[in-house]
Design a protein around this ligand. Structure first.
Ligand code: CP
Ligand code: NVA
Length: 334
């Protein structure tokens, strides 16, 4: 398997075998980290991290991952660089590619990350756009495999805003890897028809299914994995909160939903999560609309079936695997 020089813009661009390869690399890196075995295989290289939106996990995973691999990093936040304001995406890509070995981008439109990649001679990795969040998927798949020992044939239910970056990407990831994907959401938050069609074609080849339902009981029945994400994503208007809370309350992951699922069900969430009022926005929503927990209850979030912290840790190992696979030009073996 050779992914040298490859971008990671969306999982649709990767084959099942390539995804499996990245997951196996991540497993190796996790072992090395746990055994405190140093692995600076990419010494002398540098990567730049472009963030037009906030981040904890993705930024930290790229920074620590790069450091563990022996690389240097530069973080450019929403302000402080010329990108977009005085300098086009095309020019930015060409300049950065002269100085760095890889470029990570988190921002708004998928078109931006695609344009960066088109104009950059070094690999570009999508750290989240409005449409897709591919590096998150690798951590999610890794966590599922750690819990069940395999991926194929598992029943995966996504509850909530199913047309956001995470919902879209999960549908693709399940179709590619042979998991039966159920989107359990109000009809107007179902993923776009075009993407559903594409995923159904992929799923058929991989002996799995894509189901869309607005019925919670049907949606969670037999689920091995229940996954949710925030009801309002970064970049959406604040005014949308009221509508989403009303619309998505029935799709909250609570103990009742967990009880209706398979006995071995695990709960996943990409994080950050509103499972209490200990955040600024969580508190604000409680004051305005009286909701003390949103997409998941605190009970489920803190329960034994919740694997969200393993999932968060796996961001590091999988992102490291992505950087290693696309930048390793030596004969260095893992
Ligand atoms: N899950 C995720 O992407 O988290 P951050 O927004 O903290 O990077
Ligand atoms: N859908 C969320 C994911 C955060 C990791 C957002 O875009 O804000």
């Amino acid at each position: 398997m050779n992914l040298y020089g490859r971008d990671l813009l969306k999982l649709l661009d990767y084959s099942k075998e390539e995804i499996c390869y990245l997951l196996s690399l991540a497993k190796e890196f996790k072992k090395k980290k746990q055994n405190k075995e140093l692995h600076p295989y990419l010494k002398g290289k540098n990567v730049v991290l472009l963030f037009e939106k906030d981040s904890t996990r993705t930024r930290c995973a790229f920074e620590v991952g790069a450091k563990d691999l022996g690389m240097g990093t530069t973080y450019l936040g929403p302000t402080g660089s010329q990108m977009g304001k005085k300098e086009s995406i095309k020019d930015t890509a060409r300049v950065l590619a002269r100085m760095y070995d890889g470029i990570e981008y988190r921002g708004f439109s998928q078109d931006i990350v695609e344009e960066l990649a088109e104009n950059s001679s070094v690999p570009v990795w999508n750290g989240l756009t409005d449409e897709f969040h591919p590096t998150q998927m690798l951590a999610d798949l890794m966590t599922i495999e750690e819990n069940f020992g395999h991926l194929e044939g598992l029943n995966f239910t996504y509850m909530g805003d199913a047309r956001n970056n995470v919902g879209n990407s999960l549908m693709v990831a399940c179709a590619k890897m042979g998991l039966n994907f159920t989107c359990c959401a109000p009809k107007d938050l179902f993923p776009k028809e075009g993407l559903v069609k594409t995923c159904r074609e992929i799923a058929t080849k991989n002996n799995c299914t894509i189901t869309l339902t607005d019925n919670v009981k049907e949606g969670v029945k037999n689920a091995n994995i229940i996954y949710t994400d925030v009801w309002v994503s970064m970049g959406e208007k604040e005014e949308i909160w009221e509508k989403r809370i009303k619309e998505l309350k029935p799709y909250q992951v609570n103990q009742e939903a967990i009880n209706l699922a398979n006995k071995d069900v695990i709960f996943l969430h990409c994080l950050p999560s509103f499972h209490d009022t200990k955040t600024k926005i969580g508190k604000e929503m409680f004051d305005k609309f009286g909701v003390k927990e949103m997409e998941v209850t605190d009970e489920v979030f803190e329960s034994n079936c919740s694997k969200v912290m393993d999932q968060a840790e796996n961001r590091l190992h999988t992102i490291k695997a992505v950087m290693f696979a696309s930048l390793n030009d030596t004969k260095e073996k893992m």
